[in-house]
Design a protein around this ligand. Structure first.
Ligand SMILES: *[C@@H]1O[C@H](CO)[C@@H](O)[C@H](O)[C@H]1NC(C)=O
Ligand SMILES: *[C@@H]1O[C@H](CO)[C@@H](O)[C@H](O)[C@H]1NC(C)=O
Length: 145
């Protein structure tokens, strides 16, 4: 009796893991397995995900400095309905106005979709990946303190 109950419960547990996928993030639209030599902005640039989105989606597991990634770890690149896949990798000489112009969007939309960028765009760095979508990505406001 007890063993069959345990067996039933483990079937449910397995089903719930399968629904969430390897990243453990509900409604993950795209998962990615970390490779040796990866770092967050390298993954972002190669997989079409912004620096902000990668950090926000994985904030439960990836620390703010992104120094705790490990090969074989499954992370989530984007959640269904909140998944920006249009990106620009910041290069030398870039500034928000030029990035927005190249993407044919307003600077205000660029700032809306990249909440990590400050209002005067003075804190973007080389290799950072920005979302250049031409629609507002409806990111769920962070409830983290
Ligand atoms: C990233 O986006 C570019 C441009 O749309 C596309 O060519 C490329 O296949 C995408 N890469 C991935 C991994 O989705
Ligand atoms: C918005 O971007 C998509 C590609 O991401 C493109 O197909 C579409 O034409 C763009 N719409 C406008 C109004 O620029």
């Amino acid at each position: 009796m007890l063993t069959s109950l345990t067996a039933i419960l483990s079937v449910f547990a397995a089903a719930s893991v399968a629904a969430q996928g390897g990243s453990g993030i509900a409604n993950c639209a795209r998962e990615y397995v970390v490779q040796p030599g990866d770092f967050c902005d390298k993954i972002s640039a190669a997989q079409n995900v912004s620096t902000f989105q990668l950090a926000e989606v994985n904030k439960a597991t990836i620390d703010p400095l992104c120094d705790n990634l490990f090969p074989g770890e499954t992370i989530c690149l984007g959640v269904t309905g909140q998944d920006c896949q249009d990106i620009h990798v910041v290069a030398s000489g870039d500034f928000c106005a030029s990035i927005a112009a190249a993407a044919n969007i307003d600077i205000s939309l660029l700032l809306t979709n990249n909440p990590n960028v400050n209002s005067d765009c003075s804190n973007i760095g080389l290799g950072e990946v920005l979302c250049t979508a031409n629609v507002t990505i409806p990111y769920t406001p962070s409830t983290a303190a």
